[in-house]
Design a protein around this ligand. Sequence first.
Ligand SMILES: O=C(O)CCC(=O)C(=O)O
Ligand SMILES: [Fe+2]
Length: 292
Amino acid sequence: MPTNMIEISGIQHLSEDAEASWRRLKQFGLEEEAAQIAVLGYAVIPPEKVAPMADFIEARDAIVALAEKGGASLTNYTTYEEGLSYEMYHLVKQGRIFEKMLINPCILAMGKYLLGDRMILNNSLGYVKSRTDKYLSIHSDTLMVPDPLPDYLHLVNFTIVLSDYTLEAGCIGIVPGSHRYRRHPTVPEERHFDVMKPIECPMGSVIVIPGNTWHGAFPKQDDELRVTLVQAYSRQYLTPSVTHRIDPEIVARNPPEFGELLGGRLWTNFDEGGIELEKFASTYRAQRSVYA
Ligand SMILES: O=C(O)CCC(=O)C(=O)O
Ligand SMILES: [Fe+2]
């Protein structure tokens, strides 16, 4: 094929993008985690690959302070739904440490491998949880998407663990291999807690939960606070859970990647002026390359 035809077909991009993705994974020492995701459907990235402990402490303290300010301790850190934590929404708008975590290079390397280079922010959540005898029922995070789920991912949840996760402390449970089912659990399966594996890991770990993988959480049997920061990213076509409307000053003080995660490269949502051709043309590549 003449070179220009190869370019048009996108095959050239696919191989370049795949190589670039692999280089990025290697740069952060994430080869084993990538293999775990392929085989088991999840991975736990150890703290030292992600960020200095001071960043995790800062994020933990910021979340606990927000929870306190919101009156969480008055309700003993419960929210309306069985098994859910006290939740705080759109943290990216609520502190510099959350801005920093959004663009954490190690998380982005793994995210872009799983979701393509044009991934966007889907959700930014804080959880604080205290003692509870309730499980969080088993589900997959590709909410609102009917079965069968595709082989590639729409969405990935990066759960940043900000207190030590143990079974007693009510850690997340994952059903290893469940990503292969490519469907949501049925209603009875949502309560098959005996197949959930407890994900025990120290503060600062990042649990990668691809959107096809079934997970829930165990009852919390101690009185320590469980603290979690969740950053979910998705491919560019999935409607984000949180708004991308954000103070332009926040975008301006961060590297360009930050604005891109908040929709800066999307060609959709245009007005009377119509399509911005450059954004459209470069987006087109994504349909030929899962890494684009
Ligand atoms: O941290 C947990 O308890 C699990 C929450 C969950 O399912 C999620 O973040 O998607
Ligand atoms: Fe979930």
